[in-house]
Write a protein that binds this ligand. Sequence first.
Ligand code: ATP
Ligand code: MN
Length: 439
Amino acid sequence: MKPDPLGDWRRTHFSTEIVPELSGEEAVLMGWVTDIRDLGGIKFFILQDIRGSIQVTAPKSKVDPEILDKINSISKESAVGVKGKARAEEQAPRGVEIIPSEIRVLNPAKIPLPLDPTGHQKADLDTRLNSRLLDLRRPKSQAIFKIKHAACQAIREYLISNGFIEIHTPKIVRSATETGATLFPISYFEREAFLSQSPQLYKEVLTGCFDKVFEFGPIFRAEEHDTRYHLNEVLSADIEVAFVTKEDVMGVLEDVLVEVFKKVKQKCSEELKVLEKEIDVPEKPIPRITYDEALDKLEEAGKRVRWGEDFSIPEQRELGNIINGAYFVNDWPADLKPFYIMAHKENPKLSHAFDLLYDEIELASGGTRVHQKEVLIKQLKNKGLSPKQFKYHLKNFEWGLPPHSGWGLGIERLTMALTGARNIRECVLFPRDQKRLTP
Ligand code: ATP
Ligand code: MN
């Protein structure tokens, strides 16, 4: 039997729990070595863990020669355990350091490292993504994912405390929900299947039994985009609610967005500081303009968009500049929106669909859905889709499926808005894009 690599050691403190008031107390810390310095009579290294870092100081006069040898042999980014005593020291970062009595190298890092996790030496995004583990030890990368975590937590907590039930729908599906062009086909035994583009159809059905549902899950888009805003695998937060219209779910989305910004501002002040990002909590009500009004505003700004066309990123940026911050664009041309969106009664060219934008990026899309089977069949056909393909889905509409509305919010886009990341790939641990399938 192999011995336990940690022996009898377990972490007693995180780095940031070591404060000057603890001077004299013994602690065991676990983490990674980020910086090593030798000033002749004294050796230092910085031990990093998930909470922060602490200086480990070995004065030649005070520690065992064995420890000095050990420090000499450690490579940066090795996983180590350190036992020692805290000592208040004005010169040390945060006014405290650890004087080691024993160091265990738990797994040495191989040098040279492909990148410098302290971030002093700049590396391009590709190099960083290829060595993502090391990159994720950089304070800036850590900050992005801690903020993403806080945002997801805020959304979940808000929805759960407002009576939403979390659902998990299949990611291997038989047919498209958006358009067939953006599906990833997979082989499913003898048949063809696809990766799910959206939980759309399942979440709609589930309003017929659970009333208010939400899901956090991946969506897969076989889009050939190569932009700063597109991935081929995205984390989406989706909701769907029975017996309401789009106005109601826009209210939920507004609350969710404000809640996310508030919570991130409260809980992640350190991370925002690391990113040099200041965030303003959007004020309610978030402005709502119609698609037609958006066209007018763009025209006033000298940007002409033909009715029926989607906005480009520069056009969205222009609107973002005019409106400043977050805003809804409501009542889109039906041709731009999927088959399951309800059309306006008096003008079927218009749909009950909305987008939520933040500066130049679309964060979410939603709308009032069709709940009548015959209407849905008509709209499927209008989009060139075959009702036969949707046989099982359509059955649900014969069983009292209530009128319902909902939205889908892209979590990486939201993370961009919160962190100021310029490229969406910064906001996903292991991005999937046209060129990148590994790591
Ligand atoms: P866009 O027009 O910006 O490419 P979309 O309108 O095709 O997005 P939807 O089908 O409305 O996207 O998806 C809902 C949300 O999911 C979007 O508002 C966005 O936040 C996110 N999303 C969709 N596709 C992508 C993608 N390829 N990369 C990153 N996020 C995406
Ligand atoms: Mn959209």
